[in-house]
Ligand binder design. Sequence first.
Ligand code: GTP
Ligand code: MG
Length: 198
Amino acid sequence: MKISDAQFAGSSTKISEKPKRRLSEFAFIGRSNVGKSSLINTLCNKKKLAKTSGTPGKTRLINHFLINDSWYLVDLPGYGYAKMSKTEKAKLTTIINNYIIHSEELIQLFVLVDCRHDIQQIDIDFINQLGSNQIPFSIIYTKTDKLSQTALNKQIEKNKEILSEWWEEMPLMFTSSSSTGNGCEEILEYIGSVLKTI
Ligand code: GTP
Ligand code: MG
């Protein structure tokens, strides 16, 4: 799968406000600052498509990006930003849950996890909720440019061990770096293969 065209298609807070075209959606979720918006930009090879920031809590809306005039990449707000007010956190949780549970076009959710740390309880709780709601998901480890290959493999094995407490079968796992582009080809290949089955 090659992305030859990527266009911002609209921001929304609920699915009734989504872009009207009913096309397959692949969405990115994960803790604030994990690198969701950056990865979308790298996948699309467009530096300023999605807004990124060194400060967590940048993306507060559901952002649709129309890819090759035929499907959407969806950038979601992050969860688990400690410094956000309770009211704001609750608002974002409602936006995220309403979208992932009710969007009929959502084909696959990519849960992004920083490769430098153990997968956190908040990620596990989120993933378990996806399981209960039967929402297909994969994991993408981000910021792999910050670790050696050996350290990366070790961390992934450790996270598998942590996850195996809840999950008998492991979800698909990808690695990525928005700085080097590592892993992007595999992610796009995967999306392409899923789109072929629809
Ligand atoms: P929210 O919208 O706040 O939830 O954050 P986000 O998950 O969209 O993160 P964003 O893409 O805005 O990136 C957060 C920070 O991490 C920025 O300073 C990025 O430059 C940095 N970053 C993202 N991806 C990578 C990566 O692959 N490698 C490195 N070294 N830094 C990255
Ligand atoms: Mg973002």
